[in-house]
Design a protein around this ligand. Sequence first.
Ligand SMILES: [Zn+2]
Ligand SMILES: [Zn+2]
Length: 386
Amino acid sequence: MICKKCGALGTITLRKKDIYCDVCFSINIVHKFRGCIGKNKILSKDENVLICLSGGKGSTVLLDLIHNGIVLDNHKKLRIRPLFLHISNGDVDRINNIIKQCKLYSFDVYIANIADYFEPNLKILNTNSLPIVNAEHNEKINNMFKDIPLSVYNDMMLKIKRSLFIKYAKLLDCELIFTAETTTSLAINLLSNISIGRGSQIENDIGFMDNRNEKIKIIRPMKDISQEELDNYMRIKQLTCINFDHHQENSIQSVISNFVGDLQENFPATVSTVCKTADKIGLHNDNKIKKDMKCIICESNLNRKNLKLSALEATEFSRLVSLLKPQPTPINSNDGLHTEDWAVVNSMHKSMFPFIHKTLCFSCSRNYAQMSQSQLTQTIQELILT
Ligand SMILES: [Zn+2]
Ligand SMILES: [Zn+2]
């Protein structure tokens, strides 16, 4: 067991073949983190950056890497002004632990609540204190998630958090947001995205940068670090995480997570192969698309231009046409369906995929259809107006 970098006694074996000592391994992790930011040249000097913390492993390591970077006193110093945010689901123990975790580094942290999604006028929070939760908003969020499929819950939770990150970043005067997804979690998100119909959104959901919002960019500086590397880094630095970011069991996301995990055990190149593929299939969308051409929940391009080419369109068409009453085909006419038929088609179209391609993308529309209707109709209307 010899370290492949310095020849000292190796302590860590990565991907079943690469041997490192603790020192070289840690240097390599810092290098990956800094390289990811540097390579993409997105930081200007002393910029405010909102760092989003869940308390999970990725978040715990991100916090440590940020601290190590900004306390340096040489040319390698990380020149950012970090502000920290945790979005809580109401778990008071977790909030207290996050505050404690940040205090270890003398950082203050803003604690928001997931129910803030329904608050039209967010205000700057006090740091290091429990959030005041609006009872009405809390009821709305609980109703929204009542009796919905777990896969929809997982997906919506990601979209709601993303939306809150952006709103708080605006409020706190940050144009950049850092989140802590690792190579492993991104590989899982990629396959989940494809399976729930978000294939066209991969570039923004899985890539280094989500630039769907005009002003605020979400950056994933940990995207080249794997779960295995996180575990080793935490052991060397003696870090403990607060929670384990699990998807709801028995959902598409949890099944994919187990699948990727099992495969990675025997085929250590699984995760990196999946992520490299993602880089190749990213669509190069024009991000300067007008606001009204974006989904109001996830801000993805509604992609109306390519609508006629989509499989969705074909599926809908054949399904809807098969529901119509049979009519004699007009001789010498190639106009197919009559106007009144199209009215029927349109009304069914709306009920199967509400607001699709008007204000919602395919997946958000499908999520919407599976949520508690009365509550959400009002919410979506409110969102359309804001
Ligand atoms: Zn070494
Ligand atoms: Zn959407």
